[in-house]
Design a protein around this ligand. Sequence first.
Ligand code: ZN
Length: 210
Amino acid sequence: MEIKIIKEKRKTISLKLLDSAHAVVKAPIRMSDAKINEFIAEKRNWLDKASAKLLARETFADEFDLLHFVYLDGKKQFKTEELAIDYNDFSPSKKNKTIMNFYLSKFEQLSSLVEDVSNKSGLVYRKLLPTNSVRVWGTYSSERVMKLNFKLVILPKELQYYVVVHELCHSLHFNHKPKFWASVEKLCPNYKELKKQLAAFSFVLKNRFV
Ligand SMILES: [Zn+2]
C-alpha cells in the first residue's frame, strides 16, 4: 500500500483510499510527521479491510461468476452448463453437486503441490484431506493431518502455494506468533501481499456448492 501525504492549508486530517494499492492523506501544513503517522496507524485496520474489498472488485469485477462459470487457478475455464450437460440434469441442486465434484476431482493438483513443497522444505505432514469449509482455507492438526479446502483450486496458483506453505509451517509452530510468520516468509517472501489477496477471495470461500 502506497500512501501519499499531502500537506495543505486545511484544519483537519483526512484519508482517502484511491484504489486497492494507493491512498492519500491530506494534513494541515503544520502537523508533525509523527502525528500524521499516528493517524495512519490508527486507520490501518480499516485501510487493509477496505483495500481487500476493492481488490476483489478490481481483480474480478463482475465477471467472476461461480454460478455460471468454472474456474481453475484463477482462470475461467468454461460454462457450468457444459458440465451439467454431461450429467443430463439441470436441477439446481444436482448442478451444484456436479460443479463441486468437478472441483473435488482437481484436488489431486493440490496434493502434488503439498508433496512438492514438503519435499523441498522438509516440512512434514502425515495425511492430506479435502474440506468444504466456508470459514477456512486450511487446517493443520497436532496429529499432523492437513486439511485443504477444495475450493482452493479456483484461486490463482500463488495463493494456493501460500496456503500450502502456511499450513505446512504449522508443523513447526502451532500458533500465529512472529516465529511462525518468519518461517512462512522464508518460503513465501511476499506472503503479506498474498494474505491480502486471499482475503479478497472470501466470496469464493463462502460459496456453498451443496
Ligand atoms: Zn494458520
